[in-house]
Ligand binder design. Structure first.
Ligand SMILES: Nc1nc2c(ncn2[C@@H]2O[C@H](COP(=O)(O)OP(=O)(O)O)[C@@H](O)[C@H]2O)c(=O)[nH]1
Ligand SMILES: Nc1ncnc2c1ncn2[C@@H]1O[C@H](COP(=O)(O)OP(=O)(O)O)[C@@H](O)[C@H]1O
Length: 187
């Protein structure tokens, strides 16, 4: 069976880092989603996201879409199908609301990986180190979506695999176990 690893959790917990690592280490492609938020330095259109205006965002057909900290984000069936053509095991980075939709629509094909950290204060430091603008960090941290995604939602309890991403070496070990299991069940 084909699987999509849905990587979710609060800003700064390491979702993008994990999806990039899954691609380079295990050749697991990432589904690129759409957003209206401005590009960060170093990001590329069509690689990190499809960057959209409000008008172009509205023209796409989404499997699900959300507003997160004032910007729109959405993922499409076409994107999922394109990724499944390349590989039986793919990943996507979503907020927890998107993760709930994937569980509902894709059932056991969706493997939910909820990332967390021991102390949420480190997230602020990580965003500064990542080079995010201070203004952007502050509005993000004040958003209700950020606070919501710090804890695993009730609906995902017993479904999601929780991974505390404090120590990168330990995270890599956990990911190796998860990928081995999913690759076996994809056969
Ligand atoms: N539901 C949903 N969430 C998305 C989608 N694309 C990105 N996200 C989530 O939107 C949130 C904000 O993403 P981003 O602005 O890149 O900030 P980051 O979390 O700091 O990397 C994160 O939780 C992403 O996982 C999407 O297509 N659907
Ligand atoms: N285990 C870790 N230890 C320390 N820093 C990390 C770890 N995982 C990720 N980071 C760093 O934290 C920052 C935020 O990670 P990122 O993957 O962009 O998070 P997200 O996509 O969840 O917002 C990046 O600068 C990244 O290099």
């Amino acid at each position: 069976m084909k699987h999509v690893i849905v990587i979710t959790g609060a800003t700064g917990t390491g979702k993008t880092t994990v999806s990039t690592y899954l691609k380079t280490k295990y050749q697991i492609p990432r589904i690129i989603t759409h957003t209206t938020r401005p590009m960060r330095p170093g990001e590329k259109d069509g690689v990190d996201y499809y960057f959209e205006t409000d008008a172009s965002f509205a023209k796409n057909h989404y499997l699900e879409s959300v507003t997160y900290a004032g910007y729109q984000y959405g993922s499409s069936y076409e994107g999922l199908q394109r990724a499944f053509e390349k590989s039986d095991l793919v990943s996507i980075v979503l907020d927890t609301k998107g993760a709930e939709t994937y569980v509902r629509d894709l059932k056991e094909q969706a493997f939910i990986l909820f990332l967390t950290v021991g102390k949420s204060v480190v997230l602020h430091e990580r965003l500064k180190d990542r080079g995010d603008q201070l203004e952007m960090i502050q509005s993000r941290i004040k958003s209700k979506e950020y606070s919501r995604d710090l804890t695993l939602p009730e609906d995902l309890k017993g479904i999601a695999t929780v991974l505390q991403n404090d120590d990168w070496t330990k995270t890599q070990e956990r990911l190796a176990t998860i990928v081995a299991k999913l690759k076996t069940s994809s056969l």
